[in-house]
Structure formats: C-alpha cells, structure tokens
Design a protein around this ligand. Structure first.
Ligand code: SAM
Ligand code: SF4
Length: 313
C-alpha cells in the first residue's frame, strides 16, 4: 500500500479502547474520559475485521494500543484472531503495564510478539502523582511477568518531561544495562491536555545524550535513533517528533477506537471505516493510506483536537 509521497504503508496502530486505568497528567484530564455508549466503540469483531482487511492491503505489523488495551474485554480473542493472519509479520501492544502481571502469559499464548511498556519514572511517589492512580510496583511486577512469559526485547517508553522526570534520565537508561530492554525516550508532543503545558516541560532528546555521555549511536529502529553504552545488554532509543521531523520515513496509519482511520497523528483528517466490509473496507483503508500528508506542522502545534489516549499514540 503506497501513499502519494512514495512511502510504503505497512504498519497499523489499532486503538481498542479510549478508556484507561491511569490518568497520566500529560495525556488525560483528571476526571478521565467521557464514557461513550458501548455501541460507539468498535466491537472485537469489527476490530478483527479491520485488522484482517489491513493485512490484505499490505499491512505487515499491527500494534494494539489505546487508552489501555489491557482493560478492553475480549483483547485476548482479538490477539488470537490477528495472530492467525497469514502475512502479518508482527503483532505488538503498547500498555501501561498495570495488568501485565496477571496477563503477560495469556498475551504470549494469544500470539503477541512484543510489548512496549510505558514507564516515565522509577520513583513510586512520582509515579503515583504522574499517573494519578498507578502503582510503580504493579508495572515492575508486570515487566518481570513479561520476561518470565518469554517476551524479549521489550521496549520501555519514557516521555521526557522537563522539570518532572529529567533528573531520572540516567536511572531510566540504566534499565538497559542488565536487561535486553530498549529504553526509549520520547519528546513530549503538544496534544490534548499537554498543549497548554509551560515551555519548560518540552525537552529535546538531546537531554538524554547530555545525561548519559557514554551513549554511542548504533543505528536506527523505525522512528527511533538507537544508542548503546559500553557493557549494556539493551539499547537506548531517542524518539524526536519535535526536534527532528521523521515524517519522510512514516509507514503507519492509525484507527481510533470509534472506527476512524487517521492518515496522520497530527491532522484532524479522519475517514470513517464503520459499516464497511470486504472490498469496501479495503478501499477505505487504501484511500486513508493514500491521503497521508507529506509531513506534520507540529512547529505550529498539533492539528488534531484529539488527545493521545483517543488516538493510540
Ligand atoms: N495506555 C498505554 C500506554 O500508556 O502505554 C497505551 C496508550 S498511550 C496513549 C501510548 C503512548 O503515548 C505512551 O507511551 C504515552 O506515554 C505516550 N504519550 C501520551 N501522550 C503523549 C504526548 N503528548 N507526547 C508524547 N507521547 C505521549
Ligand atoms: Fe492511559 Fe497511556 Fe494515556 Fe497514561 S499515557 S493516561 S496509561 S492512555
């Protein structure tokens, strides 16, 4: 599947819910999401149908995200349906890790290949304050459970928050020392609730290179610049949507939990997929991929009105 700018689109990020067990201060308002009617959100059958159609169109990788995918009822059935698809190279999931302790083995058995777990701080009090309800120990237990279940190369996502967690960059990076984790630092994007954050919250990923001078560039992994320090088992990744535009290499489309295809994270353009089946659904997915803009205009602010929890990150 190609777009009009010479890019091959083979990565679908499928949001399975806009609900979440946390209320991260940069992602959701404290009072959470306005709960939608059950029928406004794609059913497991519809999600599977979209994934199947996308793979027929040439998608090779699907990431399940949200909101929090592990609070979605039927998530394991969806994983099994998607994993059974010929042509799907990788099924991954981004999770806050709160329920990983109890679900990691089931996710592995359902065919999930790899996990991204969000982890912005290693301090229990700070974790509670940032997520407004989470317990760091749950996530750490979840990471152990994931390793015990056989997950390898787990990616840990840390959003860089100036004045909040920048004093922990070295400590977070050190998680890649004895484990095969890829610890990825992500520049905060001005979307949803954090669009109004003060300037000092938005840190360039250069702060990571300053905090861990031993890091040496070892290559790229998708949109991440990869680094390793001598003696590290794992890697450190920098994801720089703000300080470097990686739109030229963008190979992804997104589908929101209410069934709208977003050709670009930072645009309000959306194509409805609900009610479409078979060839009509494939045509809509191809049209969505073709409609990808050449690049975002983040320097002027995000063009989407949705928060990250509604899109899937
Ligand atoms: N709930 C799951 C989680 O937290 O991993 C999946 C959904 S969450 C929206 C996906 C990722 O987006 C998380 O790693 C989160 O930290 C990141 N994120 C949310 N808001 C962001 C923002 N404004 N800028 C950069 N990353 C953001
Ligand atoms: Fe939930 Fe993930 Fe957003 Fe945090 S970042 S509120 S865990 S969706």
């Amino acid at each position: 599947m190609n777009d009009r700018h010479g890019r091959t689109i083979e990565y679908l990020r499928l949001s399975v819910t806009d609900l979440c067990s946390y209320r991260c201060a940069y992602c959701m308002a404290e009072d959470g999401v306005q709960k939608r009617a059950h029928e406004d959100i794609l059913s497991i059958e519809e999600l599977a149908e979209i994934g199947e159609a996308a793979v027929r169109c040439g998608v090779k990788k699907i990431r399940l995200t949200g909101g929090e995918p592990l609070v979605r009822r039927g998530i394991l059935t969806l994983c099994e349906r998607l994993r059974a698809l010929d042509g799907l190279r990788e099924l991954t999931m981004t999770t806050n890790g709160a329920k990983l302790g109890e679900m990691a083995a089931d996710l592995k058995a359902a065919g999930v290949d790899r996990l991204n777990v969000s982890l912005d701080t290693l301090r229990p009090e700070r974790f509670r304050a940032l997520t407004r309800r989470g317990e760091l120990s749950d996530v750490l237990r979840g990471l152990d459970a994931a390793a015990a279940a056989g997950f390898t190369h787990t990616k840990l996502n840390a959003v860089l928050l100036g004045g909040v967690n920048d004093d922990e960059i070295a400590g977070l990076a050190a998680l890649a020392k004895d484990n095969d984790y890829s610890v990825r630092f992500i520049e905060l994007m001005p979307m949803g609730v954090c669009a109004a954050f003060p300037k000092e919250r938005f840190l360039s990923a250069d702060a990571v290179l300053a905090a861990v001078p031993a890091l040496e560039r070892v290559g790229d992994d998708g949109v991440a610049e990869l680094y390793r320090a001598p003696g590290y088992r794992g890697t450190v990744g920098l994801i720089r949507p703000m300080s470097r535009c990686f739109c030229a290499g963008c190979d992804r489309i997104r589908v929101t939990a209410d069934g709208r295809l977003k050709p670009c994270l930072h645009s309000d353009a959306e194509l409805p997929l609900r009610g479409k089946h078979g060839a009509a659904l494939e045509d809509a997915i191809r049209a969505g991929a073709a409609a990808k803009p050449e690049r975002h205009q983040l320097s002027r602010g995000s063009g989407t009105r949705r928060g990250m929890f509604e899109i899937g990150g």
